[in-house]
Ligand binder design. Sequence first.
Ligand code: 9MJ
Length: 680
Amino acid sequence: MNQSIVEKINQLRTQIEEHNYQYYVLDNPSVPDAEYDRLMRELQALENSNPDLVDANSPTQKVSGKMDGAFQPVNHLTPMLSLDNVFSEEDLESFIQRINRRLHSEQEIEFTCEPKLDGLAVSIVYQDGVLVSAATRGDGQTGEDVTQNVRTIKSVPLKLRGNYPSLLDVRGEIFMPKDSFDKLNETAIAKGGKTFVNPRNAAAGSLRQLDPSVTAERSLAVYFYAIGSAQDDEGKSELKQSHFDRLQQLKDWGLPVCPEIEVCMGKKGCLDFYSRILRRRDSLAYEIDGVVLKVNLIELQDELGFVAKAPRWAIAHKFPAQEEMTKLQAVDFQVGRTGAITPVARLDPVFVGGVTVSNATLHNMDEIDRLGVMVGDTVIIRRAGDVIPQIVKVVNERRPDNARMVTIPSHCPVCGSPVEKEEDQAIYRCTGGLFCDAQKRESIKHFASRKAMDIDGLGDKLVDLLCEQGLLNSVADIFILNKETIASLERMADKSAENLISAINKAKTTTFAKFIYSLGIREVGEVTANNLANHFLTIEKLLMANHDELVQIKDIGEVVAQHIVAFLGNEHNLDVIDKLLDRGVHWPEVKIMSLEEQPLIEQTWVLTGTLNRMKRNDAKQILLSLGAKVSGSVSKKTSIVVAGDSAGSKLAKANELGVSVIDEDTFIERLSSLGVKVTD
Ligand code: 9MJ
């Protein structure tokens, strides 16, 4: 045997195990992924060419062997505990009082507070530091042998490090991080496969795969939170006397522990922890459904003991559920700005994710097919974080005999125009255009919105009200509203009416790009609107645009060009544009020049700080029209930096690089010398 190859293999294994420890336990990656991958490849290659040196616990051997049939039962060395739950502050208080009574003590108790991971409990046994078995909880006495699958989980070490006990049964939670869950479902949808309802089910499904290589691809993770039993023949690793210190011991042995765990004092400490973690629930990388509070001192835990299968010294303080069952009463169809018809589920109101929910989106007809949902069905709805409530599953066993299929209406529910299906897409559209009240309303809301004309105070509800009263028939009507009419509306005080009128007047001054975006042409978002504005420079030129010219413009393809031509070919739209201009909508005039005439061609300008005499975007449009490029960062290639008030790092960088800097007044003088007048 070549001794140097043995040494090299051992060295690589040790290095990789150390990197795993740094990454999964200390959460502090020590090398870039590429370097880690290189080490793994090198080890794999050496093992491939020296098969007799392969070791079952080498980092290359995470996926090994196949299950032959069912998962075998395993008796746990000591029972796996379950936890009692509390849902309120009062119940938490009773729990703590019970502990005080049992301990005959009034003293405040110290708790280890842990996020309650929403996954699957496992028990993993290490003998002489080597992973020998992994089992699910089962009924607490007997679980299922999932060793081959658990071995594939990257954060589960095959070997322990440091002074571990000779026999260790360690308990933890296997879970699927939220981003892995989203990716898994996205892939399933793309392939037309079945999706998982939540990360917990996805983790369970992944752990119960007969082929461990499938589990290996599912990105499961683990955090450990308890020692089931530990035997230490050599007396090297006496267990610590508090739960929190024992968790630190687990980390020392190479086992990952949730980094959010804290020691807190008494009821107040526990409640503060609960609130802190609840606030951060959505931003954590994994799903949790509450916090687990454990009496910290082991001596007190022993004194308290157990009732049935649950310890008296621990409790789960649960968060409001994010999933509930309810009944689908009806499916309504909503019409959006561009006519797209979206099915909306009307539900029996249900308290979920901390709010009462009575509507959920169904996205489109394909989603209805995928779920196989019918009116009258009992459904599982889910509301996680700020996400719109979703129907994730139909409870098929509860389908009533009179359940009804969901069908798309043949005519628009708002205006009665025919509904058409878009080729190759799941989207149905109302063909009524701005004749359709729904499309009209939505287009007015879009026009007034922040990124469009930015009319402060003209929100969705007010637009609905004004439309209902017949005061707005097109976006152009916004500019003939007067204070008296607005003030006569319900819940509109004189002052609010006055503010709205002044916001409308202010919004009359805009930029060409924003004006184009505001029109709500299909598929013309902010970027395309900007490209159009820079290309055409004037509304007159834009109105004359034809398909061939449009497709020459950056990022404008066949479909977008068709939408633009169709929009500008519509008499009603042209009439609205005319009225908008007649009623005072305008933007700074830009002098038109041919390419040869553009005086700033080849120059790159940077605008920074606050400009007082003009809007930053107007300045940008003017520079673009003069042929300059406008960049967001300063480099050696920058020609000129315009520094407004409170300019910061970009100004400093310009000075450092010796790039010329001018202030706003000088900038406006320069523009004027180039024939562009800026009026304050
Ligand atoms: C979870 N699910 O995160 C326990 N758990 O302790 C934590 N579960 C537990 N602890 C004893 N953090 C039994 C279960």
